[in-house]
Design a protein around this ligand. Sequence first.
Ligand code: G3I
Length: 342
Amino acid sequence: RSTLQSVSTRKGQPFMFGSTYDTYESNQSFSSSVFSTFFNHVVAENGCKWDATEPSRGTPDLGECQAVQSFASKNGASFRGHNTFWHSQTPSWLPGGISASDLVNNVIPQHVQQTIQGMGSSVTSWDVVNEIVGDGVSNGMSALQCVQNKKVWPTQTSDGSSTTLVTDLSFVHAAFTTALKYAGSNTRLAINDYNTGGNDAKTACVLAVLADINANAGIPYNRLAVGFQSHISATGFTSKSALSATFAKLAQLGATAMITELDISLPSASSGYERLQAAIWGDYLDACLYASNCNEFINWDPRDDMSWLGTSAAGTLFDSSGNPKIAAYEVQARLQRFAAGE
Ligand code: G3I
């Protein structure tokens, strides 16, 4: 934890190195120890998603989300919010024949307001929208085309008689304008997505949507962030130089970059791959450490047997016995080198 404090001193602002937590975790003692020593930042793996926070329309239920937030403060850690809008893990009443106009004018603003307002102003950042850009996008697409390419609700919303394509990004604008109104003044508002970070079409799309949010929802870039989930593998990842170039593009705009869900799955648990995993982990961390606009770095699930990937993917920093892996030592070394001024 002291290394993270030294890193923050060099950065001139808090460097938030975190992982996921949900109060139903089976390894509570492990979580308490790593969150008080190894990590200083927490995000709810599931507890702040729409199905948990608004099980019935218009009635906020922030209990699980707030329980994770209080776990963070009990362990001297900060807390980020994930997420106020995603087509997955939605409550049973959504989208249930809700019209696009009801979605945009009522459902989304109400959910975003009650969640962000209810969680308070100390939340460091919110994934306001999660995974709204399609996977089949190509360079040169407009922001609207990028989102329509996702082909899941709400770009396709049933008005009872037929599915109608949402013909504009007003559902995104509604989420962000509401978030800006109710979030703390230091809270970054993020668009979060996966398979991004390099010089690729999906990253270009995310940047196009970010520009649209700035231009058409009037959100200043100094409140905007891009969350790079970074669910990668030892054989499929973005290079440090490509990540750094993408972060630099955001810095030029005055926007923030963050690594929000890093895990690095291994094709097999052989030690050769663990060394490669450690090197990739270190490069992702360095790309954030040495970028002026990257200060939140989240590792998704702290240990292999708690990972959504399944234990055999061996994709986290700690093994299933709770011991640090080579990647955990590499991360410590990179943090110490940065803290030492290298
Ligand atoms: O809460 C229910 C529980 O009541 C029930 O008994 C149990 C039996 O299936 O399911 C529980 O819900 C599970 C939930 O996690 C909470 O544990 C869901 O089935 C399960 O699908 C869900 O998985 C989560 C997944 O998102 C859902 O898409 C993972 O834990 C979570 O790590 C994963 O995280 C997502 C990010 O939010 C967005 N980026 C991708 C990332 C990986 O998919």
